[in-house]
Design a protein around this ligand. Structure first.
Ligand code: ADP
Length: 447
């Protein structure tokens, strides 16, 4: 397999894919490492995870460079992600000793609940935020006492492989975290089929998520899914339009739109439509696209030539109200685009996973909610208004899991993250995620 830098098209790495046999070896190693990891004093497991987190923090520059060269993420964002990996690991190190059960009074004795680790868990991650997505799964999996086999996306494995090495350097015991790199259909699928893998945690496309759900049915294997989105950014006429417009480009163009939380539909109240559009276009003009190694760059290339072609199927010939500039020369560049197409156009409903946003007018509160929920997806979304009561009514009516008011922020490791409808199953982050990496056991003690 050859990896190319998406900003230059230069070959940066060549490697051999793992095989199904390699997965079996990794699962066997994870299984063998399980009992000692699970039996370790919680404070010791927490201490090792903190050392792992610190190791990552010591290697932020190296990890960021790998991410930028491998997937084209601007270096500032890549550095932010590497620091966030360390923060996530610290948070879950802290959770090791805090995921407590309960005692329940019953006649003749007492019931006590235990959160038991599942055993070996299979973690499958995507290419858009490679190391960050890895940490979202490694943190809770290991904190809960499981051992793991992690399969990063085969086109962006470099930072994840390095994180696996850093785990070993930090003293995480051999076999607790295993990284295998190869195609989803063979290496990833083996994690679904392997009888010793007790759970699969997946982030990726809704199409593959559905297939995994079918694959897991056979063994009633535990499964969590973080899938696609077509998230709405709802701007009411009474909002601070300057603020809403200034934030809107970053909310969809960050990471070249390759973000499941991208606010790729902006819904604007009709009476403020013209003014908002003017401000939005101005803000988008300042969103610079170029060399991801330049700290001033806001947006880099798309991840691969294949993905660029996929995005272009939606955007070639699209009638836009604004199209940005791209660098000349090699690289998988796509300009930022703002469009206001007919509502029936597939681009208003399908996840493009590229730097294009549609703006849709609405009449009133009920109309905004109707358009927002007219989607198979339900991952994230935003509401901009200065009317607090309206904000509460609207977020409660939105069919999405991760929302913000007067902000487009989506994800914090200390708060639950995940989707309604076809955007997923289960939640990541916060103490809630630990329930997805453990079995709840109840024991009755007769007194
Ligand atoms: P994206 O559209 O973000 O590339 P995918 O859903 O194709 O998302 O891929 C996300 C992850 O799932 C990657 O690691 C990929 O290799 C893996 N994957 C793809 N197909 C399968 C499959 N059939 N079984 C298991 N994993 C898969």
């Amino acid at each position: 397999m050859i990896l190319r830098n998406p900003a230059t098209e230069e070959v940066i790495h060549e490697f051999r894919h793992a095989t199904v046999d390699d997965v079996d070896t990794a699962v066997a190693k994870a299984k063998a490492a399980g009992p000692a990891w699970r039996a370790m004093a919680p404070a010791d497991r927490a201490r090792l995870m903190r050392r792992f987190a610190d190791k990552v923090a010591e290697h932020v520059d190296e990890l960021a460079l790998l991410e930028t060269q491998n997937m084209g993420m601007p270096i500032g964002s890549a550095r932010w992600c590497a620091n966030a990996v360390s923060d996530v690991l610290h948070y879950f190190a802290g959770a090791v000793e805090k995921h407590t059960g309960s005692s329940i009074p019953v006649a003749g004795g007492i019931d006590v609940t235990f959160h038991e680790p599942l055993g070996v868990v299979g973690l499958i991650t995507p290419w858009n935020f490679p190391m960050l997505m890895a940490s979202w799964k490694i943190g809770p999996a290991l904190a809960a006492g499981n051992t793991a086999v992690l399969k990063p996306a085969e086109i962006t494995p470099l930072s994840t492989v390095r994180i696996g090495e850093l785990a070993l350097e930090a003293g995480i015991p051999d076999g607790v975290l295993n990284v295998v790199v190869g195609p989803g259909s063979t290496v990833g699928w083996r994690l679904v089929e392997h009888p010793d893998v007790r759970k699969v945690a997946f982030t990726g496309s809704t199409a593959v998520g559905k297939r995994l759900m079918q694959g897991c049915a056979d063994q009633v294997k535990r499964l969590t899914l973080e899938l696609g989105g077509k998230s709405a950014n709802i701007v009411f006429a009474d909002a601070d339009l300057e603020k809403a417009a200034a934030a809107a480009p970053g909310a969809v163009f960050d990471n070249s739109g390759q973000d499941c939380c991208a606010r790729s539909r902006v819904l604007v109240q009709r009476s403020a439509y013209d003014r908002f559009m003017e401000l939005f276009i101005d803000a988008a003009k300042a969103f610079t696209v170029g060399d991801p190694m330049d700290p001033a760059t806001a947006m880099g290339p798309l991840v691969t030539a294949d993905h660029l072609a996929r995005v272009k199927k939606y955007t070639d010939g699209l009638d836009t109200v604004f199209t940005g500039e791209v660098p000349s020369g090699p690289g998988y560049w796509h300009p930022v685009m703002i469009a206001a197409p007919d509502y029936a156009d597939p681009i208003c409903h399908e996840e493009v996973f590229g730097p294009v946003v549609v703006v849709i007018p609405f009449d009133d509160e009920a109309d905004a909610i109707r358009i927002c929920n007219d989607s198979d997806y339900g991952l994230s979304g935003s509401v901009w208004t200065q009317d607090g009561s309206k904000a509460i009514r609207v977020v409660r009516a939105m069919e999405a899991g991760t929302l913000s008011v007067n902000s487009n922020s989506s994800v914090r490791y200390s708060t639950p993250f995940g989707g309604f409808k076809q955007s997923g199953l289960g939640r990541e982050h916060s103490m809630h995620v630990l329930d997805h990496y453990t079995e709840l056991k109840n024991v009755f003690f007769a007194t």
